[in-house]
Design a protein around this ligand. Structure first.
Ligand SMILES: [Zn+2]
Length: 238
């Protein structure tokens, strides 16, 4: 990655084996990043960025106007997401093993050892998210393996900063972002379909889009829903 300056704007430029220029503005600071096909030079990136300046400024103004949420402390009264719904966190200190329980579709009860700190409480919650996600994934993978006629050799869940999912085509291995536990199941399913489709079509080309349109006609709506978060999904080939 390197940077170019356009007006007073610092732009991260990443060259990749892709077809089209892709420009994104990221919260919270409005960082601008352009993914560029290998053969496109910096001058073309500069002109492309200039043509998008008004849009970039609008996105940055939007992020600047948003209130910065303070980092969660995993204490009673905080709001946390699970499968697309917001839950009130209720922390119970006790001397038994840690546990998370959904109560009345409104509350996530987090049972932790007396004296546990924020990092320990976060670990308990993340472990629970991971278990929930890992339980939700197998039937979806089985469903789409059958529908698409492909086989996923291996899958897993991990924390990722920039991707919702990845597909290693050679190993037929899919990674899913742990964050998906917080989103509606349709979002998880969309990412699974997308990543499995890469076993049929490695690139985001017309054939790939045609597959998506055929198998998951509402995929654009779900993609836009996920775009409200800061992550994108990308394919890693090897
Ligand atoms: Zn992809």
């Amino acid at each position: 990655m390197h940077q170019i300056t356009v007006d007073d704007l610092v732009v991260d430029v990443v060259r990749k084996d892709i077809r089209n220029l892709r420009l994104a503005v990221y919260p919270p600071d409005g960082r601008v990043r352009v993914a560029v096909p290998l053969r496109v030079d910096d001058e073309a990136v500069r002109l492309f960025t200039i043509s998008k300046l008004a849009w970039i400024r609008r996105q940055q103004a939007k992020f600047a106007a948003q209130e910065r949420p303070s980092p969660p402390e995993f204490i009673t009264g905080e709001s946390h997401s699970y499968q697309g719904d917001r839950y009130l966190l209720s922390v119970v200190h006790h001397d038994g093993p840690p546990a998370v329980t959904v109560r009345n579709h409104t509350t996530l009860e987090l049972r932790v050892r007396t004296g546990s700190n924020a990092a320990q409480r976060e670990r308990v919650l993340l472990a629970w998210y991971r278990r929930q996600l890992k339980a939700a994934v197998p039937p979806l993978i089985a469903k789409w393996e059958a529908a698409l006629g492909v086989h996923v050799a291996e899958w897993g869940v991990k924390r990722m900063k920039t991707r919702w999912g990845t597909c290693n085509i050679k190993a037929r291995r899919i990674w899913l972002n742990l964050e998906l536990a917080k989103w509606p199941v349709r979002c998880l399913e969309y990412i699974i379909v997308h990543e499995i489709l890469h076993l049929l079509e490695s690139k985001h080309n017309d054939a790939f889009v045609a597959h998506m349109d055929r198998f998951l006609p509402q995929w654009r709506l779900i993609r836009d829903e996920l775009k409200r978060g800061p992550l994108v999904h990308e394919i890693r080939k090897y």
